[in-house]
Design a protein around this ligand. Sequence first.
Ligand code: ACM
Ligand code: ZN
Length: 536
Amino acid sequence: MKLLFLLLAVTLQITPQPREVAVEKGTFRVKGAGVNYVSGLEDRTVKAIAQLADDITKGTGKMSSLAEAAGVSAATPAASLKGFYFILDKTLPAENYNLEICRKGVKVTASDHNGFFYAIQTIRQILPAGNYVGKSGGKWKLPRGRISDGPRFGYRGMHLDACRHFWSVEETKKYIDAMALYKLNRLHWHITEDQGWRLEVKKYPRLTEVGAFRNGTMVGHDFDSNDGIRYGGYYTQEQIRELVAYAWDRGVTIIPEIDLPGHMLGALSAYPELGCTGGPYDVWTIWGVSDDVLCVGKEKTMKFLEDVMDELCELFPSEYIHIGGDECPKTRWEKCPVCQAKANALGLKSDDKGTREQKLQNYVTSRMQDYLAAKGRKIIGWDEILEGELAPGATVMSWRGAKGGIEAAKRGFDVIMTPNSHMYFDYQQADPDSEPLGPGYIRIPLTMEKVYSFDPYDQLDAEAQKHILGVQANLWTEYIATPEHLEYMLLPRMLALAEVQWTPADLRDYARFEAAVRGRQEAVLSELGYSFRPLD
Ligand code: ACM
Ligand code: ZN
């Protein structure tokens, strides 16, 4: 019996694989089925349910009416229902859902928006691939049975670098759509950099007037070249509000990153007084790590960062704010009298925990952490923030492999795993010479199978495992200039990421997963107009 269930579950090809799937004989006919929901759901949930009803109507050619239902509850037996019913069940954990499919009715229960939204994604994963675009064709039916599902990790992230190359609001929405399809719930949005500042800040207009545009871009891997084409762009506060709401409707929280105190040439070019040398600085036209970083000895710099955080927090309601912290050379601070005076005033000394300048970075991290804590926010930083002394309460994003994350979790910090060994989607997917341009220094392909193989709990005991909030892949865009190339790097590897994030470890099975990508998800991505890398 178990084998039969498994065989049938395989034919459903739901990605990411749900926790429990039990299929029985018989089907529910979707054509003409009413779509009902109880009162008390969030507006965004009702919107998602209404969208499903709409697409069923379009796809089956028969009206699926949408109605608010009375007289049903989580206790109502599914077999007594006719049509789809979306019912609150406050006993279910966050983001979980149950689906019971009978001959006449489908009972969907969840306790929150994401739970209902994911139930809808699962239903859509069973319907013909054209359902996403309201396209008719095939039989629109669901197999009788039950699906009981919920995520392995609460933080299921995907990162997007909007600085090295800029992505329009529409392109970013399509990126979020792909995430939502596969039950990801955090977009880590990298919007400040050496190569461009992308966030409108009303108090500092030069950030976008000057800092958002660069005088050309290096060509290929040639650091001495410049294509001579002025390049840039930024998001207005109105556009950001629109994107935050768009993501929110799809269960995705946008976590903005202000990368500090390094990776700041965008800001320095606009406000050179924030640097140690005073400039002048230019928005960078090449990739890499600049020695020019914020002068953190100046109180003016701290005020600037606090002002930016004020406007940022008004725009982004996320619990977490990413403060960067990676790749901050200390060469300027070592020579800067203002930074040195600050280090003296703070009594910083080099010791076995770290250098005096690393501790100066700890000071900035702490100030940001305290400032944001007063606004009810928590910080995430790249694993460099661990160097020296990190105050409790920060979340570490492990990127230089998993080792920083392992160390952080053992020291009691929360961790998000984004190791470049498995989760850097700017790395090519096959022989670099046969693929579109990538970072020249990575010769080993990051295949979908390698992504899939990542074990977030490697080397961690039960206590340390509790600190792993989740997993994320990062998509840096130095070598990615078009939305087609961006999607090609994202897909289908993001689906492997989704199973790492969502599916219970003991259900992970690469052969089953790959068959689902081949047999189902490639068709879905094609229907939706994504440029993905076809499987070999
Ligand atoms: C990073 O890749 N510099 C976080
Ligand atoms: Zn300085």
